[in-house]
Design a protein around this ligand. Structure first.
Ligand code: ATP
Ligand code: MG
Length: 907
């Protein structure tokens, strides 16, 4: 019977549960509180502090399935992916743990039992390795493990092999816990060797071919390495084991590679459907390779983004971006040119959703992030591939077969090709890349960026351990306290004697303080610290280790170490408190309106405004924003109590308090709850968040709440900026001023502004259209031209004869010009003509006084229009005609003057 991967995972956990192990869920792929690690890459990461003796274990035996990503640093399997069938970027490491409890005997016996009895793997295929010792480091051979293998399992001595430090000695780092390890390998048979063509290759354990594969590593932590390199035995022994779920699944399901197991096939099938191609599972085959890489990478992307990583240009984010771009490029091999990766997120959820329910919870968000990254890279990818091909052709012809550093840099800088993508593509064509040249150009770019960026922060580079602890409990209950000056941080040095003078800019350290140091998104306090002799203005408060540093300037007098001072927080903090409580209300309301996919990504809470970043795949609609605002407003006007309680982490989890995603908390946490007070405050509150910030005591004090901006800050992450209290009052004052100014300028009452402006806009639109039309017609202004004609007109008595050509215009404008001339000249005969292409127009107008004298615009037009091969007429006051002979326009106009003169003279 073949076991599903899910069954294998459950078997493992149940087997060790049966041996009194406690199940511990996988930690996040994005490690919390460990800046030395970009991604979790082994089961032991989350237990590191226990091995280092920094925290005590919650249990003596643990079992888990840890999400691992090996794409950077010490463990990087990215290059292997796709080329073999058993190295992935993302994989699950099944592990059992002993924290000072059992040791080698049980670890070996149980691993063997599970593999051979429970899972029925043929013992004849298995090998164990043990540490051979290292005399240069006075490390003894692990004879204990070697003996145990033959004693507690059926393994014959010739299949227990000794290896050196590289393979069988594990160290956490340069110093710290370490110990020998013992690995279990499986022989999958000679057919599986993938190094047959490599000269001198002989299949064996640790020889690097696919015939012998490591399944499980048992680490026995029993030494501590000191700074000087010496080893000493640890008083407690630990067992740390890791077995690859995908590899075990391939063995138990009888597949020739991990990709054919049920952990990958649903993804591959979906991909095959999209690409219209078949996966045939051949190694060294371009198409199959693309299938493998994409299936691997989409798992890594889905899990990492689910756990809070987002594609960006540095650190963790850049690793994610590289994986995504690599996968995207492999999509081209399958003929996929449009974003496609995001469509596979569902398939990843199908494979892993049960073990990791967080995938489903954030699937919409994850696919939005992936799709938008794919789309933006896709825009340059095809062009980048062309540029790469040109550079590769150039390199092919060159002696050194190397792609130039500046080509690699151009691909990186303009087309977004991570250097390892260029390298990979070069490798496929048997080429190298000048990475040194590339690095040099990168360094130049970084230097330019550094020069452009002016650091605004005071540089503190002192040794943190020399800083004293500041007692700052009173930050929650008072704005002013008495304290003693312990020292100053000046130019990166902590000074504990002497004094500072007016103007000095330092970090002031006190024995205690009521100032809140920047943390959890809330800005650090400003304020005044005063002694009898001096006044120090605090511009910002920060916390380094357990020391609170008041950064600022001595505005008056002097201040000496040992001085008694009064520290007074600026009233700004009241405004900050309102914004902080409002941020909690906002988060609650967002989840009410948008659902549970809203997860906080960050926040900034200061006196003037609040900012809240959260995951949501699309822009909020105006309706949703209104809804959120009114929910918050309701809670404000209900004037509900806000309580802060410190309690045990487990209890906080039990009442459903919300922790910040990916944040590490201690055993005791502070929970801020809104909605109820008294005994069951925590049960009844509608908003409960882990929070160390300062808050007002009742929601009514917030005064009001308004969202002034909702925007996208990166794919799938929205940012809301909102105001409360004085920020809101200021905002309304400014708006009110603007309304007053508008009303004055438009000369209407305030409540007619909208109407007036929309009328103006309409008119403006019409005018713009006319203007555009005019411009299109040649840009003439018929009325202006007509005025010039009036200036040089012929007079007969008091009557004017205004006749002439206009530049190309419209009939409407020519009519407008005639109207204008009739009014201006008072007594006039006007005849205007204009030509356009093959057509010509004549228009005439006569003032009423002259009509009485027998003149008629209609008559004039009738008489002159034949000259231009046309016809027309009209009334005595206004007439027009079109013709087909523009060349004769001037002749027609001359005739019009003649006729008008004759009529006037005879009148
Ligand atoms: P290998 O030599 O095969 O790369 P490793 O020595 O790096 O393995 P460990 O660090 O001991 O492996 O990890 C414990 C177990 O995790 C391994 O025995 C293996 O089953 C599994 N494993 C390690 N790396 C990977 C990977 N990249 N993909 C899938 N499984 C892995
Ligand atoms: Mg490895």
């Amino acid at each position: 019977m073949t076991s599903s991967a899910k069954q294998i995972r459950t078997d493992f956990i149940d087997f060790f549960r049966g041996k009194e192990h406690k199940f511990v869920p996988s930690s996040s792929l994005v490690p919390v509180g460990d800046p030395t690690l970009l991604f979790a890459n082994a089961g032991m990461n989350q237990f590191k502090d226990i091995f280092l003796g920094l925290s005590s274990p919650a249990c003596r035996r643990a079992v888990n399935s840890q999400k691992c990503l090996r794409v950077s640093g010490k463990h990087n399997d990215l290059e292997e992916v796709g080329h073999d069938g058993y190295h992935h970027t993302f994989f699950e490491m099944l592990g059992n743990w002993s924290f000072g409890d059992y040791f080698k005997h049980e670890a070996i016996e149980w691993a063997w039992q599970l593999l051979t009895d429970v899972w029925g793997i043929n013992p004849g295929q298995l090998y164990a390795t043990v540490f051979a010792g290292d005399p240069s480091d006075s490390l003894p051979e692990d004879t204990e493990a070697a003996k145990l293998w033959t004693k507690v399992t059926s393994l014959p001595a010739e299949r227990v092999l000794k290896f050196g430090r590289k393979d069988n000695f594990w160290e956490m780092g340069e110093t710290g816990p370490c110990g020998p390890c013992s690995e279990i390998h499986i022989d999958l048979g000679p057919d599986r060797c993938d190094k047959k063509n490599v000269p001198g290759h002989k299949c064996a354990v640790n020889a690097g071919c696919a015939r012998f594969i490591e399944l499980w590593n048992l680490v026995f932590i029993q030494f501590n390495r000191a700074e000087d390199g010496s080893l000493s035995p640890l008083s407690s022994h630990y067992v740390d084991t890791g077995a690859g779920l995908e590899r075990i699944a391939a063995v138990l399901q009888g597949k020739s590679s991990n990709y054919e197991t049920d952990l990958f096939m649903p993804i591959i099938s979906r991909l095959a459907e999209m690409a219209g191609q078949k996966f045939t599972s051949r190694m060294n085959n371009r198409t199959d390779n693309a299938f493998r890489v994409i299936a691997d990478h989409i798992r890594a992307l889905t899990l990492a983004i689910t756990d809070g990583a987002t594609p960006s240009n540095e650190g963790r984010g850049y690793v994610i971006r590289r994986i995504l771009r690599r996968a995207s490029r492999f999509g081209r091999e399958l003929g996929l040119h449009e974003p496609f990766l995001f469509k596979l997120v569902g398939a990843v959820d199908d494979c892993l959703g049960e073990a990791f329910p967080e995938i489903k919870a954030r699937a919409d968000y994850v696919s939005t992030v992936i799709e938008s990254e794919e789309a933006s890279f896709g825009r340059t990818l095809d062009r980048g591939i062309e540029i790469f091909n040109e550079a590769a052709n150039k390199a092919q012809k060159a002696k050194n077969k190397t792609i130039a550093g500046d080509d690699a840099f151009q691909l990186y800088d303009t087309y977004g090709f991570p250097i390892d993508l260029t390298q990979l593509m070069a490798q496929e064509r048997g080429l190298k890349v000048d990475t040194a040249g590339f690095e040099e150009l990168m360094e130049q770019q970084r230097a330019r960026a550094r020069a452009a960026q002016k650091s605004t922060q005071l540089a503190f580079n002192f040794n943190e351990t020399e800083l004293p602890e500041t007692e700052d409990l009173h930050k929650y209950d008072t704005d002013s306290c008495r304290a003693t000056v312990l020292g100053f941080i000046d130019q990166g040095t902590f000074i504990t004697e002497g004094s500072i003078q007016t103007g000095a800019e330092v970090g002031l350290v006190l024995d205690k303080t009521c100032f809140y140091a920047e943390m959890g998104g809330q800005v650090g306090d400003c304020g005044i610290i005063e002694s009898d002799n001096g006044k120090f203005v605090v511009e910002a408060t920060a916390k380094v280790a357990d020391c609170i540093i008041h950064r600022g300037q001595l505005a008056e007098g002097t201040l000496a170490v040992g001085d008694k001072v009064t520290a007074t927080v600026s009233p700004d903090r009241d405004a900050t408190k309102k914004n902080h409580t409002a941020t909690h209300l906002l988060q609650w309301a967002l989840r009410e309106v948008l659902g549970d996919s809203v997860a906080q990504q960050g926040s900034l809470v200061g006196p003037d405004y609040l900012r809240f970043d959260f995951t949501y795949p699309k822009a909020m609609t105006p309706d949703q924003i209104k809804k959120v605002e009114s929910l918050v407003a309701e809670k404000i006007s209900a004037d509900l109590p806000v309580t802060c309680t410190v309690l045990a982490r487990e209890q906080a989890d039990k009442v459903g308090a919300m922790a910040l995603f990916g944040e590490k908390y201690g055993d005791e946490v502070r929970v801020v709850a809104v909605g109820a007070d008294g005994e069951d405050a925590l049960q009844q509150a509608f908003s409960k968040e882990f929070c160390g910030g300062t808050h007002i005591s009742r929601t009514g004090l917030i005064g009001g709440f308004k969202i002034i901006k909702e925007e996208s800050i990166s794919a799938g992450v929205r940012r809301i900026t909102a105001l409360t209290g004085r920020g809101l009052v200021k905002y309304f004052e400014q708006r009110s001023d603007i309304v007053d100014e508008l009303a004055a300028a438009l000369k209407v009452p305030a409540d007619s502004i909208v109407e007036r402006v929309s009328a103006l806009l309409k008119e403006n639109k019409k005018l713009a259209k006319q203007l555009k039309f005019g411009a299109y017609q040649g840009g003439s202004d018929a009325v202006a031209e007509a005025k010039q004609l009036l200036d040089k007109c012929t007079k007969v008595g008091s009557a004017s004869i205004v006749v002439g050509r206009l530049s190309a215009t419209t009939v409407e404008q020519a009519r407008a010009a005639i109207d204008m001339l009739r009014k201006k000249a008072k007594s006039a005969v006007v005849v205007l003509g204009f030509a356009e292409d093959e057509k010509v127009m004549l228009l005439a107008g006569v003032t009423d006084d002259l009509i009485k004298k027998g003149l008629s615009a209609g008559d004039i037009v009738k008489q002159i229009s034949p000259i231009i091969d046309g016809g027309g007429g009209g009334r005595p006051n206004m007439a027009q005609a079109g013709g087909k002979n523009p060349a004769k326009l001037d002749e027609a106009l001359e005739k019009a003057v003649e006729l008008a003169k004759a009529k006037l003279n005879s009148a």
